[in-house]
Design a protein around this ligand. Sequence first.
Ligand code: GLY
Ligand code: MN
Ligand code: MN
Length: 463
Amino acid sequence: MFDASVYVERRKLLKKAVKAGVILLLGNGESPMNYPDNPYHFRQDSSFLYFFGLDKPGFNGLLDVEEDKDYIYGEDFTIDDIIWMGPQPTVKELGKNVGVSNTGTSEDLVKKINETLAKGRRIHFLPPYRPENMMLLEKLLGIASTRVKEYASVDLIKAVVAQRSFKSAEEIKEIEKALDISYEMYTIVMQMAKPGTYEREIAGKIAGIASANGNHVSFPIILSINGETLHNHYHGNMLEKNRLLVTDSGAESLEHYASDITRTFPVGGIFTPEQKDIYQIVFNSQQAAIDAIKPGVPYKEIHLLTASVIANGLKGVGLMKGNMETAVKEGAHALFFPHGLGHMMGLDVHDMEDIGEDYVGYDETVQRSDQFGLAYLRLAKALKPGYVVTVEPGIYFIPALIDKWKAEKKFTDFINYSAVEKYKGFGGIRIEDDVLVTDDETGHKVLGTPIPKSIDKIETLMT
Ligand code: GLY
Ligand code: MN
Ligand code: MN
């Protein structure tokens, strides 16, 4: 964890922003996989981690704004816990490490909440995403667990987003540590991407690297020769010559900050001429997007710029036709690029998505579009120094989508369906990097040691 003063300062800012009432920040507990003592990998709630720093199951935090007091609630280990799990500092000692002197048991939390409710004071909480915490909120507040999300505090959501969106120097260092792990992971992918290897062999190897060097993967590994499926978690295919392998993966640093990188490599190390053409379009679109990143620019604008580089590139190889400005405006490019350019990243790979994507990526100046493709854009608002964002354009040939649009005669002015038909077995290409928005002349910094991505570098290193 960081120094206690970091958490004290974060909580101070949060109390100031929320202004009045009690802020309840629930930690996560263990979650059983197939029986209670066989839990999934433990992952603390990111907002709890951000404000209280405790990376252990079974704790909840509370900030009393008017009293200006911070509390941690949880149980000390019993002798049975110590026998099975080993010794653990007391809740008092744990609190001290993160600058919290008021501690109590779960029963004390119930008492504190009851007192607060009796006084008619407001209790702010974030939208819960785990059933255990929905049930705890029902017990504490008397709101049905199925509806408790609706009562989450918008004031608290906005205050948390306002704080967590700006990464401090120590947070950037953590993200770079996660990116160092990614570098190792992709070095191995490049070495292993040979005909005859199974996807699961590579996925297993890089998951091991993430666990050995940090805190596990930051999201389930996407690794597939069927890269046209955007989030493909199936790892049962054998790699074959002339196929493309998409690997979208990330690691967590020891403090749980994420990396999120995508690379697309030709199996065996040499691109076919068709693959080279499409790869270069994605590469150019990503470079154009990165170059455009600077404070004040809405990310939606950069998404549309990327879409236009993709559309023009596809026109160049005969897959699109007509006026590309109109095509992008109407969303025709989304046949090939059906997702958003990127998202914020921090303690979560999709940072703060649990508390509301629209609060994180949109504001009063920009509303979410309902156009196919653009509707998936997670981050649209103007960039500010200190944001860390992903830049992840792609081109995909999704047979079911091609068939559907062709049958519907959709965008026939812009899409050359007879040419597109030939690409149905092509797969997909995505390239993703993590970028810090800066207030210097360039306006951005691509984080981490560069992981090979130009055609030349990839072919040279893989063969
Ligand atoms: N890791 C999924 C994504 O890139 O958003
Ligand atoms: Mn990714
Ligand atoms: Mn991403």
